[in-house]
Design a protein around this ligand. Structure first.
Ligand SMILES: Nc1ncnc2c1ncn2[C@@H]1O[C@H](COP(=O)(O)OP(=O)(O)OP(=O)(O)O)[C@@H](O)[C@H]1O
Length: 249
């Protein structure tokens, strides 16, 4: 099933030379797709178009075959800045997207706690954000994005500010969540190895267009230690070369 489709999508900022021209992309249920590109190549603009936060000037975006005409509400978002409410405890931050829509049930609380457990921060449920590390805040932001059980998650450089090991742990956890809950993810990053590790498909952008698309290799035999394999290093090298060939936007 196609979760999200960009069909001949075009976009132009007013009085700006930057534009997206008749771009096509298909994300299937449960897949992770990563978009890379130099700063200013158009990744965030495209993510905003995909989420219905901007309306294309040409073509259309379809979510589960339905044209997107306003911001999608049944999806999750994770940004680089966790944007947690400082005066609310972790558990209340996680439950916020539900609280904004309706009364919270016992089942919601149990699910939020299950997510905390999957992200290995169950012991932090009654702490305040100011007492958390950057990695812990990112975990809370992921749990908050997933608490409404979306089938689609948008991530805009969510781990950019984290140290390498924390980043890799979170990538492992995101992959586990993707596989166990069959959630499709559109993930924007500057990090080649992050994209190579997570993505089923990669797109490299330059000036609002995809100049390189690559399907991931078959990781089924090397899944648990994929980062240590020559296949992974070669794959990263190919992506990096395609990025090096792009011009500064
Ligand atoms: N509100 C706006 N008005 C006019 N131009 C904009 C606006 N927002 C972004 N742009 C321009 O659109 C282009 C693409 O920006 P965008 O933020 O999508 O790139 P990006 O690849 O996400 O960059 P980064 O990696 O730095 O976040 C840039 O040239 C930028 O200057």
């Amino acid at each position: 099933m196609v979760e999200l489709e960009l069909r001949n999508v075009s976009y132009q900022y007013e009085k700006d030379t930057f534009s997206v021209q008749e771009l096509n992309w298909k994300l299937h249920r449960g897949e992770i797709h990563c978009w890379l590109g130099r700063s200013g190549s158009g990744k965030t603009t495209l993510l905003q178009l995909a989420a219905g936060l901007k309306q294309p000037t040409g073509g259309k975006v379809l979510h589960q075959d339905v044209p997107v005409e306003e911001p999608l509400s049944d999806i999750g978002f994770v940004f680089q800045d966790a944007t947690l409410l400082q005066w609310k405890k972790v558990i209340d931050n996680i439950l916020l997207p539900i609280q904004l829509k309706r009364k919270i049930t016992e089942e919601d609380i149990a699910y939020a706690k299950a997510l905390l457990e999957m992200l290995q921060i169950q012991h932090l449920f009654d702490r305040y954000p100011s007492t958390l590390s950057g990695g812990q805040k990112s975990r809370v932001a992921i749990a908050r994005a997933l608490v409404t059980r979306p089938t689609l998650l948008f991530c805009d450089e969510p781990f950019a500010a984290l140290d390498l090991l924390t980043k890799e742990e979170l990538q492992n956890e995101l992959l586990y969540l993707n596989q166990s809950k069959n959630i499709a993810m559109l993930f924007v990053t500057h990090d080649v190895s992050e994209a190579a590790f997570l993505a089923d498909q990669i797109g490299v952008m330059e000036k609002g267009a995809f100049i390189y698309r690559q399907q991931a290799p078959d990781w089924s035999n090397v899944n648990s230690h994929r980062r240590d394999t020559p296949l992974f290093r070669d794959y990263c090298m190919g992506i990096r070369q395609s990025l090096e060939e792009t011009a500064h936007a």
